[in-house]
Design a protein around this ligand. Structure first.
Ligand SMILES: C[S@@+](CC[C@H](N)C(=O)[O-])C[C@H]1O[C@@H](n2cnc3c(N)ncnc32)[C@H](O)[C@@H]1O
Length: 185
């Protein structure tokens, strides 16, 4: 089975909190590459992310022949991702921050709703590495998550459903409960 490299252009000087949990979740399942890292961050990666490939350059600086094999996952793309796309690409890029480079004709969408980045990674893996069509995957939109006895929070994204529940990164519920008193978004 072909394996892809899942590339995230990281835009912040640090990796903590929710993004760290999402990256850990990705690392459990896919070959992860974090690009565009601050040099200081690259040399001081959180212990939990030591398994990821890291680089300071942006994908827009990669050689043109490698960029030919990069697919950008972009909710605004006119084309839906399908298992047949697997042979044309080696790298999947998440983040939607590159403008025209790679050019627009190498973008695909994963349906009409915005997913968290780790959900988008897992969904792409199911389609391209496992050959499962998007329409055969089960999703939940804007799940409501209990925080305490009475309080809930609605997460404004689409998630995969696993065992009847939204598939959230390990540790996210604890993080949300801790942040209960602070604004979440
Ligand atoms: C939560 S979104 C980040 C959105 C970012 N704040 C922005 O405004 O561009 C995370 C990334 O997952 C991917 N993604 C999420 N939902 C998607 C969808 N329905 N189709 C394709 N890619 C999607 C995209 O690469 C997107 O940039």
């Amino acid at each position: 089975m072909k394996q892809f490299t899942y590339v995230i252009e990281h835009m912040e000087p640090e990796i903590t909190g929710w993004p760290e949990l999402e990256y850990k979740n990705m690392l459990k399942h896919v070959k992860l590459h974090l690009s565009h890292l601050d040099p200081n961050l690259k040399n001081n990666m959180p212990e939990s992310l030591k398994g990821a490939q890291v680089s300071t350059d942006s994908v827009s600086e990669w050689p043109k022949e490698v960029q030919q094999r990069v697919l950008l996952l972009d909710p605004a793309s006119p084309h839906e991702l399908s298992p047949e796309d697997a042979e044309n690409y080696d790298y999947l890029l998440f983040g939607g921050i590159l403008g025209d480079d790679p050019p627009q004709d190498r973008t695909k969408h994963l349906g009409p709703k915005q997913m968290t980045t780790d959900t988008a990674v897992l969904v792409s893996q199911r389609v391209l590495e496992h050959g499962i069509k998007l329409s055969d995957l089960e999703f939940v939109d804007f799940p409501e998550i209990p925080l305490g006895k009475k309080q809930t929070v609605e997460l404004p994204f689409r998630y995969l459903v696993e065992n009847g529940k939204p598939k959230l990164p390990d540790g996210l519920l604890d993080l949300l409960r801790k942040q209960n008193d602070e604004p979440l978004f």
